[in-house]
Design a binder for this molecule. Structure first.
Ligand SMILES: [Zn+2]
Length: 101
């Protein structure tokens, strides 16, 4: 399964583009403490979206969330698809960050 990545750059509630964790991260990047391509988020969630009986692998979606600093809405900022193998040994490892490319 090919990985698909989706970015959501604007708040669906107010249209704001700034998010809390990313704003804090940008300050760290400006200080040279973090790599420029790093993206921040408050939390992530992984969902196996479908599993057949006797499954060997299943599609998984990882979603990343942050908070809009303009209106406080918790919103999805990034999502990517992957594949999980039975037993969970090949869970995608976000490692606390993702790249927008
Ligand atoms: Zn907003």
């Amino acid at each position: 399964m090919e990985t698909e990545k989706l970015n959501f750059d604007k708040c669906p509630n107010c249209g704001g583009e700034h998010t809390l964790a990313d704003d804090i991260l940008q300050k760290e990047i400006e200080k040279g403490k973090m790599a420029k391509e790093t993206r921040a988020f408050l939390f992530q969630h992984q969902s196996i979206i479908a599993k057949s009986s006797g499954w060997l692998s299943a599609p998984i979606i990882t979603t990343f969330y942050d908070m809009c600093v303009d209106c406080g809405t918790i919103r999805c900022i990034h999502a990517e698809t992957g594949t999980v193998v039975a037993g969970g040994k090949n869970l995608p490892n976000a490692g606390g960050q993702f790249s927008r490319s």
